[in-house]
Design a protein. Structure first.
Length: 115
């Protein structure tokens, strides 16, 4: 069980780091998606910081601070639930990436609690 937790959590770390970097670099797909769902461009850096904090928190959970890892995983779950709600409110049904990230965050949270 612990091995699955480590693997899934490292995948969640990589995903969160990717999203954070994409936000910080203001990649085209980030700007397009934000505009499509009416998220102000001024929020993009903050969203990147949230993802970077989640990646760091998940790593801390792996190296011996499980409470921080759990909080980071829970934060990611809430972040991606919010992302999906934002897409659906904007009548944008392209929620595949957010749903995949949500499932990864849920798996990290559940496996972390079970370990």
């Amino acid at each position: 069980m612990f091995t699955a937790y480590v693997v899934v959590t490292l995948m969640a770390v990589a995903a969160s780091a990717f999203v954070a970097i994409a936000n910080f670099m203001r990649l085209e797909f980030v700007l397009t998606t934000a505009a499509k769902v009416s998220v102000p461009e001024s929020w993009i850096t903050t969203l990147g910081l949230l993802n970077a904090a989640a990646a760091l928190g998940l790593l801390l959970g792996l190296v011996g601070v499980p409470l921080i890892g759990t909080a980071a995983a829970l934060g990611l779950v809430l972040y991606f639930v919010g992302a999906i709600i934002t897409h659906l409110r904007a009548r944008d049904h392209s929620i595949g990436p957010a749903a995949a990230f949500l499932l990864l965050a849920v798996a990290a949270l559940v496996l972390g609690l079970a370990s």
